[in-house]
Design a protein around this ligand. Sequence first.
Ligand SMILES: Nc1ncnc2c1ncn2[C@@H]1O[C@H](COP(=O)(O)OP(=O)(O)O)[C@@H](O)[C@H]1O
Ligand SMILES: [Mg+2]
Length: 487
Amino acid sequence: MHAGPKKAVDPSPLSWNPRGCESERFAQFCRKFLRLPDGNPLVLRDWQRELVASVWDADPCPRLAAWALARGNAKSTLAAAMAVYVFMTGDHDTSVDVVAVDERQAGIVFDMCARFVERNPELSSRVQVFKDRLVIPSRGAELACLPASPAALEGRNPDLCICDEGGRIQPEVYEVVALASGKKPTSLVLLIGTPGPQPDNVLARFRQHAIDFPDDRSQVYREFSAAGYEDHGTDCEHCWRLANPALGDFLYADALAALQPPKMSVNHFRRARLVQWVTGSGEPVLPSGLWDGLSTGIGIPDGADVVLSFDGSYSGTDATVLLAATVSPTPHIDVVKIWQRPTYAETDWRVPILEVEQAIRDACLRWNVIEIAADPYRWQRSLAVLSAEGHPVVEFPQTVSRMSAATAEFLTACRNGQLSHSGHAVLREHMGNAVLSEDNRGGRLVKSSRSRHSGRIDAAVCAVMGYSRASWRATHPRKRFRAASFA
Ligand SMILES: Nc1ncnc2c1ncn2[C@@H]1O[C@H](COP(=O)(O)OP(=O)(O)O)[C@@H](O)[C@H]1O
Ligand SMILES: [Mg+2]
């Protein structure tokens, strides 16, 4: 494609007489003006029309919308077609942004837009093509494809902003985009994507909001997914059909068959091809039997030097865990106590905070507690009270960088037999529930999905924290006679 504004452009309006509601007009535009790479006109399928109608025909028109679709179901193609439609048919000064996760992806979607224009003489005669944007000078209209960086997006004010790969976009980027919207009487931010590898991705949050607030008309959420069928195999054709409306049409079943695990990880396939909201790789964190092999079946003798590790929850969806680890280069780990909501029905159950505080005091009497490592989140007051009583509380905020480093050390120690444990049943269960979620900052233990029913992992996270501090204390003993240095 030759970039550059040199050619003369036709200032006359497009000649066409669309009828019907916005989604019908869009479908007519696609059929009349847009051609796919194979030269065929873009004929929207009913499910594509309905998706578009959910947003453009809604009254009131939502400001925010998200669609979750499996890979290969024309997310990027539809995004490009919608972008070109608004760009070509909008009012004066129409601006359309397509935001992609990175430069490369932005280039792919921009190319789709530019080629839609290029393949049709009526469109191409009206449009100037630059390196990364299309312009209609007579109307002051612009279509830009941008990489998802806050700097690139700050201060923009598009009528339509489509974020491709909404499951992988950084939350800060989405916030910039969403906050910038609303400066025009109508505008739409549309996220399209598959579930992201991180549990807290933008698309997953959007979906959770739709589940929690089904009456919120300011946003629209649609998904084609096999969510709820995570117990079915990845080769289940019923699940394939649920999540892939294009299957048997322009998406081929043999392509899904060819991608079966172990060619890709189980959970990657589930996210990308079945739109199931699972995180991590789906592989166990440790090889089968390894954790059990580290069990001695014995607790920690009274009076031993230990680090207490505490991971507190509030409502009981997660467990509150108090765990002890011996101060040693090869720590021995035991669960002191666990509090968790007895059944899911009792939603008003609360953690007995005073009982938890007392359990920590009792543990300090039982062992020689060198340190109480705790994530202060929501437990600041209890930790302040214990600290004021003279207990050695050390805050261990569970930040991404800290937990990534501690998790790597913990898993290495397990594999090398450099830790042991008492064989506590709940810790065993939580180790089995945890999956490893990896990104460029390292790996962390996470639940296998955001669902309330996915098993708890808090004791495993607490063991990571306890191992980290206990092994560190073994090599960095506290100076016992600090007062002497003032003499
Ligand atoms: N009716 C149709 N609508 C959209 N895409 C179609 C249609 N028929 C065939 N295709 C093709 O399907 C493919 C969809 O790919 P793409 O948009 O990249 O999917 P995704 O972004 O969901 O992974 C494209 O190659 C496109 O040309
Ligand atoms: Mg795509």
